[in-house]
Write a protein that binds this ligand. Structure first.
Ligand code: SAM
Length: 251
């Protein structure tokens, strides 16, 4: 069982979203558990206020260290140990598929902390946070959507959550490439036909076609990823020479 605890001001929204579809079934079947904790439950004031003005002046409010710490401590007490803790932050390291794999492989429980307002008191980060993760170079209102993104990407790698590892091992970013285009019924839609090779029933040829499309897409859309690929397979070298001939402008 892999457990993710999400500290948030909006536990219902986050919990509802992560109970649907694949992750919902993963929880029902006991492969994963996602628990949302209301940070306000750990305040000691009547108004359940979690934020206050920033020292030094400036706009907005900052989430105070104490309710965050009490909530975090409660989860660690429940776990019987200090749990690896991630603060969702636009100032963190940008999240990648490699991070999802690392978090799945290295831990069996995670705490994800969602900030709000202008962010959270640095002293909580210094004392309790092991890493800061951003989901991209933009700023959102709160850490809930970033936390859901990380929870989803990690949980779908837990054995049993998806029917087979091949579900994710052939997807974009698993081995540094983007996935080939996908098609479903009907064979012709709005005068657009499915590539004939996909209807041939020849699995070896389909695999080669998909690999070629995957290399082409990666070169076209993400030259930064393409540059990092190492081509050791004979079959890849053959596909590459075909691509060089067909798309000289790209290579
Ligand atoms: C309005 S933001 C605070 C931004 C902060 N004042 C700054 O400039 O870095 C409120 C919260 O949303 C979350 N957040 C916003 N953008 C994010 C991103 N790109 N990745 C992860 N979390 C993000 C963080 O938890 C943050 O505490």
């Amino acid at each position: 069982m892999y457990q993710i605890d999400i500290m948030t001001l909006f536990p219902d929204v986050v919990g509802d979203m992560l109970c649907e579809s694949v992750l919902g079934r993963g929880q029902e079947r006991g492969y994963i558990r996602i628990e949302c904790h209301q940070i306000r439950d750990y305040t000691k004031n009547k108004q359940r206020q979690v934020d206050n003005y920033p020292y030094g002046g400036g706009r907005g409010a900052v989430m105070q260290a104490d309710p965050l710490y009490n909530c975090w401590q409660h989860i660690c007490d429940q776990a019987g140990e200090r749990v690896h803790t991630i603060y969702m932050s636009p100032a963190g390291k940008t999240f990648t598929q490699a991070d999802a794999r690392r978090l799945k492989a290295d831990y069996s429980r995670l705490i994800l902390v969602c900030g709000h307002y202008e962010g959270i008191d640095q002293r909580f980060i210094d004392e309790c946070v092991d890493e800061e993760i951003s989901i991209g170079d933009f700023v959102m209102t709160g850490g809930e959507i970033p936390a859901m993104a990380v929870a989803d990407a990690v949980c779908r790698l837990v054995p049993g959550v998806l029917s087979d590892p091949s579900c994710y091992e052939n997807e974009s970013h698993w081995s540094g490439t983007l996935e080939a285009p996908q098609y479903s019924r009907p064979e012709v839609w709005h005068d657009r036909a499915v590539p004939p090779i996909l209807l041939s029933g020849n699995h070896a040829k389909v695999d080669l076609w998909r690999r070629k499309q995957s290399l082409l897409r990666t070169r076209q859309r993400r030259p930064d990823l393409y540059e990092k690929l190492a081509f050791t397979e004979k079959s890849d070298k053959k596909l590459l020479s075909e691509l060089h001939e067909e798309y000289p402008e790209l290579f």
